[in-house]
Design a protein around this ligand. Structure first.
Ligand code: PEP
Ligand code: MG
Length: 859
């Protein structure tokens, strides 16, 4: 075993303690110490050394001089402060000899209590000794003595308990409690590593979305002890109000050694006011804020803010005449507070608007746009899935779309729970406040629709199952939840909780629109929204989008009335009935398009012709089949036979997209007519100046586009004749099959724009079903096979390569072509950055991602 001095770096060292090698806590502490904060003597241990300690290749040799000054505390330092670190080890190095030495100042009794506790905790954490044994011994003794707290035990009894614990070590482990301080520290370091690698820690990290993180560093420091007569205070303090961003001194304090539940809060606008509050502590008493170092800390905080442009919250150990920094974390400011700070910096001329935009975290708006579960909900997590659409919501479980609609019409808040959703669930999703699916990935049907609707959604929850009769969910603990039971879903972290949670309402922060305006002026790429309904179009308009980049028309077919008409079109044996149904549907669509064009007046709207496979429209219950047979004047058998004929083994790769339009041209003609007429009714004779954009989905060859262009041109010619003024439209193609990407040059020749459907393109490039990826995505991420979910953030190496090839070829073939993306990646900052780099003209994303995309695009 290698013993090394070099593995330890003094807390007073001027060396660079980088966050990447030592973790956030060590790096911050070291930097603050360099600025002048008084910190306690000790050592930093890096990630690498900790890994070597784990495998026995390293034993840090702690200098004897330091070892004499125990006891010590040992705290973990991880990559991000958000990652719940581990509980610190306290009182390391305490042994019989040390007790004797310290007893003079602290009293033997107090130290024996601490030692008893230390042996117990050390045994449990380091050697896996039974908690029950220790607890049982203590309880038995307290009962015998008729005493209710260890604090009231006399020294003799404490010593008796200590020897009982020591004997337990001997009998269980075959050796004594390690008295040697250096051994204690070494054991604790190994234990920290084990705890960090334990399944519990990993699950906790995963639940925060932090995968593949096994780095942990450590800080060993002397513990600050004061004599019995001069109490010291554990003080947490920050100089900013986390909610508002106003300058304010606030925090809490408690006596050292006491529980946080005893901590008392304080706040004040300035130092003098706090001083006058006269918070007196200890014997002899001293005022917490009269400590001579206190004023200095306030000045140091100012210095820190200027250097880091960040606010910190500090933890100090304060005595009457001295004070030590033991921890510092970046203050978790609410969005409104961050914006206020940014605004102040611009007003004072400290930073420019450009600098501010580059600093804003695009995702920080997510919180303000959706309800959040109150932090202290205290509910049990019963499942963890993928966070498909942000926000929290509690509601009653409904297992079918019809049930959701019925319950919501009675005023109930509903969570639609399905194995996976498909188009026939759309109405149920509309009626529900949130959606939970046990299968599916980040761009599964449920995820895409819920994001569009701005409703919280969790997908791919592995540790829940739906029973075969689809009327209850079973948790991994065997608990059963029935229809009508209340669950809470958190679409921001993928948690499913049992029961009703308190919610924090969404509130747009002050300065939100000002920051968005600055970003709009700077973004070199258009930000459009994927909006299928008037509601979504309104939301998108509220965020000042540059247009609608994708209106998925199939969603309009799932209003009950439209669905039945569509079923008639597909199944009716009479051509006359078919044509009548098409005319009715055309009117319904025209009305819908008209409303959307009106909302977006003056901005482009890209309407995509029908994409879904036919089977999605077919009746899927006996009841529906019976109703339809009646309507169509056919027998039940005839209708179900027709449906069977239309069924496909793999519908997502079957008769969908343009294939549908080519095989059932009446459908596409009907849609084109509705789009053109809607645009005429909004723009009248000026229609030509505001041409609607018509987009073809699932294209794989030039001939498909050519054929359909002719179909569209014929419809337009017919309408031109009817109105007798020039009518215009723009043709676009979705590039969402690998072949379309490779042949983009040909497609560009007859198109005005190309839009990458990166959901399908990712699915087909990987050969990975977007609806099934949720079942194994977590495993793939944990094993590091995928660095991120490729349905969430664009796979730059593979799918990205296709985008590059396609854009290059299409620009070469048609220099005036506009190119963008409309898959879910359009709202992901990293993917947007890539789109900008390869020179795309627009990104289109769910309305609620628009502010995020706007900021990302401007950075
Ligand atoms: C896509 O595939 O990226 C896309 C936008 O289309 P949809 O999600 O409707 O298949
Ligand atoms: Mg698609």
């Amino acid at each position: 075993m290698k013993k090394s001095h070099k593995s330890l770096i003094s807390t007073f060292s001027k060396l660079d303690i980088s966050q990447k090698k030592f973790g956030d806590r060590s790096s911050i502490l070291s930097n603050l110490s360099k600025i002048g904060y008084p910190i306690v003597e000790g050592f930093f241990i890096s990630y690498d050394i900790m890994k070597q300690i784990e495998i026995g290749q390293q034993t840090p040799q702690i200098p004897n001089k330091f070892l004499e000054c125990g006891p010590f505390c040992l705290r973990s330092s991880t990559n991000k402060t958000e990652i719940a670190g581990l509980e610190p080890f306290l009182y390391l190095g305490l042994n019989k000899e040390k007790i004797d030495e310290l007893s003079i100042t602290f009293g033997k009794k107090k130290l024996s209590q601490i030692y008893l506790n230390h042996i117990k905790n050390f045994g449990i954490r380091v050697f896996d000794l039974e908690t029950d044994f220790f607890e049982h011994s203590i309880l038995k003794t307290l009962n015998q003595k008729k005493i209710n707290s260890v604090n009231n035990l006399d020294i003799k009894t404490l010593n008796y308990l200590i020897s009982e614990f020591e004997e337990y070590y001997r009998s269980s482990l075959g050796f004594d409690f390690p008295e040697d301080p250096s051994d204690q520290i070494h054991y604790a370091l190994k234990a920290i590593m084990n705890e960090w690698q334990s399944p519990t820690s990993k699950i906790l990290r995963n639940s925060l979305g932090i995968l593949n993180e096994d780095n942990i560093g450590v800080i060993i420091q002397k513990m600050i002890f004061k004599s019995l007569n001069s109490h010291i205070v554990d003080l947490e303090i920050q100089f900013i109000d986390s909610n508002t961003g106003e300058e304010k001194i606030n925090g809490r304090y408690k006596k050292v050694g006491q529980n946080y539940t005893t901590a008392k809060p304080f706040e004040g606008t300035n130092y003098k006011k706090l001083l006058s509050k006269n918070i007196e502590i200890g014997r002899p008493k001293f005022n917490l804020f009269s400590n001579p170092f206190f004023k200095k800390i306030k000045e140091l905080d100012k210095k820190t803010s200027t250097i880091y442009n960040k606010k910190f919250s500090y933890r100090f150990i304060v005595g009457a005449e001295d004070l030590f920094l033991i921890d510092a974390k970046k203050v978790n400011l609410k969005t409104s507070a961050i914006l206020k700070m940014h605004m102040d910096c611009v007003k004072k001329g400290i930073l420019s608007k450009d600098q501010i935009i580059s600093k804003v975290e695009p995702d920080m708006f997510v919180q303000s746009l959706h309800p959040q579960i109150s932090q202290n909900s205290g509910l049990n997590i019963i499942g963890v899935g993928l966070p498909a659409s942000p926000g929290g919501v509690s509601g009653k479980v409904a297992f079918r779309a019809e049930e959701a609609i019925r319950m919501s019409s009675k005023g109930m808040t509903v969570i639609l729970v399905r194995s996976e959703t498909s188009s026939e669930d759309i109405r149920g999703m509309h009626a529900s406040a949130g959606v939970l699916t046990l299968r599916g990935g980040m761009s599964s049907h449920a995820a895409v629709v819920a994001r569009g609707l701005g409703k919280p959604c969790v997908v791919g929850v592995r540790n829940l199952s739906i029973n075969s009769s689809l009327n209850s969910i079973i948790t991994s603990e065997g608990e059963v939840l029935k229809s009508g039971d209340v669950v809470t879903i958190d679409g921001s972290n993928g948690h499913v909780l049992k029961g009703n949670a308190n919610m924090v309402k969404p509130k747009l922060p002050k300065y939100f629109f000002e920051i968005l305006d600055w970003a709009s002026d700077r973004g070199k790429i258009c930000i459009k929204a994927n909006a299928d309904t008037t509601k979504e179009a309104q939301q998108a308009k509220g965020f000042k989008v540059d247009g609608i980049g994708l209106c998925r028309t199939e969603h309009m077919f799932f209003e009950k009335k439209s669905l039945q008409i569509m079923q008639k079109i597909l199944l009716s044996p009479s051509d006359n009935d078919k044509m009548n149904a098409i005319t009715i549907l055309s009117k319904i669509q025209e009305l819908e398009f008209k409303k959307i064009f009106k909302i977006m007046r003056g901005k482009t709207v890209t309407t995509r012709l029908l994409d879904l496979p036919v089977h999605e429209f077919l009746p899927n219950s006996i009841n529906e089949l019976e109703i339809l047979a009646d309507e169509l004047k056919m027998t039940f058998l005839q209708v179900s036979e027709r449906c069977k004929q239309m069924a496909e083994i793999n519908p997502m790769l079957g008769k969908r997209g343009v294939r549908l339009g080519i095989l059932l041209p009446e459908l596409y003609k009907m849609q084109v007519k509705a789009i053109i007429k809607a645009s005429i009714s909004v723009y009248g004779k000026n229609q030509k100046e505001f041409p609607p954009e018509i987009m073809l989905p699932m294209v794989s060859s030039f001939k498909e586009v050519n054929l359909l262009k002719k179909l569209i041109d014929d419809v337009v010619a017919e309408i031109t004749k009817e109105f007798n003024f020039p009518i215009n439209y723009k043709l676009g193609v979705m590039v969402e099959t690998p072949r379309a990407a490779l042949k983009a040059g040909e497609l560009a020749v007859i198109s005005s724009f190309l839009s990458f459907g990166t959901n399908d393109l990712t699915q087909m490039t990987y050969g990975l079903s977007r609806d099934d990826s949720g079942t194994f995505m977590r495993d793939y991420l944990e094993k590091g096979i995928f660095p991120v979910d490729p349905f969430r953030s664009l796979d730059l190496d593979g799918v990205g390569e296709l985008l590059k090839i396609a854009s290059k070829k299409s620009r070469a073939a048609n220099p005036s072509i506009k190119i963008g993306i409309c898959g879910e990646h359009g709202g992901d900052p990293e993917s947007i950055d890539f789109c900008k780099k390869i020179g795309l003209d627009f990104v289109s994303c769910s309305p609620f991602r628009v502010p995020i995309a706007r900021i990302a695009a401007a950075q």
